[in-house]
Design a protein. Structure first.
Length: 198
């Protein structure tokens, strides 16, 4: 049976002291890691801070209108623009398929409508910096990126509809998420690569 003598409590107090000491050391190590992360990723932290300030202050002009090369803001704007383009794309896909056109053929028409919306809105709201290529080159690169995006869309829609067995509109949604990443990153780092890391 354990003794209740107060002198026998010293080992317990020693363990508590050690636990507190270790906790303080771990906290210091944690804060050092945080500061190191901020030092190494300062630009990223600043970009996220700017985005957060716009959101918290409901500054819609800063979020959507003001020219920016902030990667986080551009990604957010591209997401919104992509959502609008997807609605147009999916609308055409649905109407044509319901009208009796094979869903993959409808997807091609819908994709081109979506790309049209995406191009106009992206140039106006997302990538306001000067393209690193001529205007003809900019359009050509959009077509090239779009062609790969179309191939990915058709392939993914076929796979998720025919192989997995999903409803074709669900397949289109999954494809849209994957192709969105391809579209934004490829345009950012090829057509508008001058400010790619800002």
């Amino acid at each position: 049976m354990r003794s209740t003598n107060k002198y026998n409590r010293f080992p317990d107090l020693f363990l508590v002291h050690n636990f507190v000491l270790v906790s303080e050391i771990q906290q210091i190590a944690f804060y050092k890691k945080v500061h190191l992360f901020i030092e190494q990723n300062g630009p990223l932290v600043m970009r996220m801070r700017e985005f957060a300030q716009y959101v918290l202050s409901f500054n819609f002009k800063g979020l959507f209108v003001n020219p920016t090369s902030n990667f986080v803001l551009q990604a957010f704007r591209a997401f919104v623009v992509g959502g609008i383009a997807f609605v147009a794309d999916a609308g055409v896909l649905w109407v044509l398929t319901v009208a009796g056109i094979y869903y993959l053929v409808s997807a091609v028409f819908g994709f081109f409508v979506g790309v049209g919306f995406n191009f106009v809105l992206s140039v106006k709201f997302v990538f306001k910096e000067k393209a690193s290529v001529s205007k003809v080159g900019e359009v050509a690169m959009y077509v090239f990126v779009g062609a790969i995006g179309l191939a990915l869309t058709i392939g993914l829609m076929w796979f998720f509809t025919e192989v997995v067995g999903l409803f074709f509109m669900f397949s289109r949604g999954i494809a849209a998420i994957i192709v969105f990443s391809w579209n934004f990153l490829s345009r950012k780092f090829t057509i508008y690569k001058g400010d790619a890391l800002k």
